[in-house]
Design a protein around this ligand. Structure first.
Ligand code: AMP
Length: 285
């Protein structure tokens, strides 16, 4: 596996990979890799001739009081994991390479980015959309792979690809990969390592209570009181606060008060011991 720290090297290496018409799949990450990330790499390997993974802890998607400085960084360990998965190229720019002096451009995707995490993390999705657009232009992948774990992020990126007529990757070659979970159901996340043992045990209440709430809603119970009871259960289990727990339309991410026959999602962000956890699951109509 090659590692590129500068754009010149990245472009040269990508051009080599593409020789003879070979295809390239991109897996953007912020590092501190786990099985969720590696599943994206495996999916990309199945679909494309070569995989480029990026590791960049993007400062512009962190708010002023968020965990940018504390975010785990372990480039050498991550590189070894990517190499073992058959990744061809690691793109690991520094912030100055990504945001040269005078950088002044911002991409805002309205609509899907506005509620949910967009409401509790102002500016977050502008940071995500802008850096992902740059990554697409830098690595020119044929396909790009993102986790459904970050369901709203996936919707924002698909909207951006459609609206800006991105051809590499095209909106239909942005692939969403189902969430990979720990044995007790907790969605894997680089942030899970912040949890104390007690909070880690309590955190498993999140996916379990989500499944129970979904079963009740699918059974015909009213979503609003069901979600109130769900929130109470999280607070009772040791969660400190809930940013949101919403039943939304899977495409628009607009809140819905009842199942309508089109695809729906239960989507949640909740805080425990200073760590913000997110999760989402499909709800059948
Ligand atoms: P991150 O490093 O957290 O920015 O995540 C990089 C990519 O990995 C994003 O597309 C995430 O949605 C995806 N990802 C993170 N955790 C998981 C997981 N548990 N299952 C599947 N994909 C994930």
């Amino acid at each position: 596996m090659q590692t590129a720290h500068t754009l010149d090297v990245l472009r040269t290496q990508v051009a080599k990979l593409r020789e003879g018409g070979d295809t390239v799949g991109l897996v953007p990450t912020m590092g501190a890799l786990h099985e969720g990330h590696l599943t994206l790499v495996r999916r990309a390997r199945e679909a494309c001739d070569h995989v480029v993974a990026s590791i960049f802890v993007n400062p512009t998607q962190f708010g002023p009081n968020e965990d940018l400085d504390a975010y785990p960084r372990q480039l050498e360990v991550d590189a070894a994991m990517l190499e073992a998965e058959g990744c061809a190229l690691l793109w690991a720019p520094n912030a100055a390479e990504m945001y040269p002096d005078g950088f002044a451009t911002n991409i805002t995707v309205t609509g899907v980015s506005e509620g949910l995490c967009g409401a509790s993390r102002p500016g977050h999705f502008d940071g995500v959309a802008t850096v992902v657009c740059k990554l697409f232009h830098q690595a020119l992948p044929d396909m790009a792979f993102f986790g459904e774990k970050d369901f709203q992020q996936l919707a924002v990126i698909r909207a951006m690809a459609r609206d800006l007529d991105l051809t590499r990757p095209h909106v239909h070659s942005i692939i969403g990969v189902p969430t990979v979970r720990e044995a007790d159901g907790l969605a894997m996340s680089s942030r899970n390592r912040y949890l104390s043992d007690t909070d880690r045990t309590a955190a498993a209440t999140l996916p379990r209570a989500m499944k129970e709430a979904i079963a009740r809603i699918e059974d015909g119970q009213e979503p609003a009181p069901t979600l109130n009871a769900f929130e109470d259960e999280l607070l009772g289990a040791g969660f400190d606060s809930i940013d949101y727990a919403s039943l939304v339309d899977s495409s628009s991410l607009a809140p819905i008060s009842a199942l309508t026959g089109s695809a729906a999602r239960l989507i949640v962000a909740a805080r425990i011991g200073g760590t913000r956890l997110i999760d989402n699951m499909a709800v059948s109509a």
